[in-house]
Design a protein around this ligand. Structure first.
Ligand SMILES: [Zn+2]
Ligand SMILES: [Zn+2]
Length: 361
């Protein structure tokens, strides 16, 4: 690191902006996405996003591709970013989505329900209180479709504005971190201009401790830096993915009895839509489509059931409870299995129940 400092200083002095400004840069917050931080730098100095990116050590001019491609840091940029942020390589990589899409949960990323939706170019969810408190900083993990709530503020995340648009769908840099920026030419006809503040978006309180626990379990797995073998991790995530699929395909309102009303209602709407569109050879993903408004709430229901099935200490009892609860739906299970075509056979949880490993054969 020391050996390279002169080189970094040279590089800084070649920047179009004065390097001493860098000392006044806002520091990245824990969990903040890299692009959110670059937007903060850009707002602090009144630079364009491209200039701010260059100031903090991103070597190439990405233009409008910056937000789309910034999920992965290049080897060339890393040392410059480390020098200018004072952060280590791991901390910097945790500000981009690379580690999220490369993790052992990668197999769970199928479709729109099972993981990362996109990066900063794409829509996100947000905690209005966190946005207000941090002065417009956005968390990287809000991008994950698994992320349904803010544990600090005990609220569900908002993923859609009151006008019906997804949050941050139109990325106008810093300004779209504070408010819904409405329409731009060629996008989403039918919505009028909108200036709704993200900090004022209505969100439901999280009261159900089982949702909190499910969320903590899943994010404990995602963010844990503990050493686990890949095989162990893959097993856990494949079981979770299985449990989510089965909940999505066969679940009924009884599975989430006693949960928060907003979650129960969203899951109920989801189940109704699934049944009204169920066809014998229908496309699974099309059937799983939820209202945009409901997406994270439906995921909260999925996680509540799936963690009970896949991560419980008493998997046999949980599997029994699941099968009993969804028994009217169970007749369509073999069809579900064919759709999923699981290479490793049934998840552990159902084998604990004594089901044949490949009941669809
Ligand atoms: Zn929050
Ligand atoms: Zn709006």
């Amino acid at each position: 690191m020391i050996a390279g400092r002169d080189e970094h200083r040279d590089r800084a002095s070649q920047s179009p902006r004065s390097p001493q400004w860098f000392g006044f840069c806002p520091r990245p917050l824990p969990g903040e996405s890299l692009l959110s931080w670059i937007d903060q730098v850009s707002a602090t100095f009144g630079f364009t996003r491209d200039d701010a990116a260059e100031l903090v050590g991103i070597s190439r001019r990405w233009g409008d591709r910056l937000s789309r491609d910034l999920y992965m840091l290049s080897r060339d940029d890393l040392p410059h970013l480390m020098f200018r942020t004072g952060l280590g390589e791991l901390d910097l990589r945790m500000m981009t989505a690379e580690w999220l899409v490369m993790g052992p949960w990668a197999g769970c990323l199928r479709g729109r329900y099972y993981g990362i939706q996109g990066f900063d170019m794409m829509s996100s969810a947000a905690c209005p209180d966190c946005v207000a408190e941090s002065d417009g900083r956005w968390q990287l993990l809000w991008k994950s479709g698994f992320n349904v709530l803010c544990a600090k503020h005990r609220c569900y995340l908002a993923s859609v504005c009151v006008c019906g648009r997804r949050l941050h769908r139109v990325d106008r840099g810093e300004i779209s971190r504070f408010r819904c920026v409405g329409i731009t030419a060629g996008q989403s006809r039918g919505f009028g201009p909108c200036d709704q503040k993200v900090a004022d978006l209505p969100v439901a309180r999280v009261e159900d401790p089982r949702v909190v626990q499910a969320h903590a379990q899943v994010f404990g797995l995602i963010t844990s830096r503990k050493q686990r073998t890949d095989q162990q991790n893959e097993r856990v995530w494949s079981d979770l993915a299985w449990a989510i699929h089965l909940t999505a395909e066969l679940g009924t309102a009884e599975l989430v009895e006693g949960t928060d009303p907003c979650v129960a209602e969203a899951f109920d709407r989801f189940c109704h839509r699934r049944e009204s569109t169920r066809t014998r050879h229908g496309d699974v993903n099309a059937r799983l489509k939820a209202d945009e408004q409901d997406e994270r709430l439906v995921m909260a229901a999925f996680l509540r059931v799936a963690t009970a099935l896949a991560l419980s200490d008493d998997q046999g009892a949980q599997a029994m409870w699941f099968c009993d609860t969804v028994s009217p739906q169970w007749k369509s299970a073999p069809q579900v299995f064919i759709h999923l075509d699981p290479k490793g056979g049934l998840p552990q949880v159902f084998r604990a129940l004594g089901m044949p490993n490949r009941p669809w054969r």
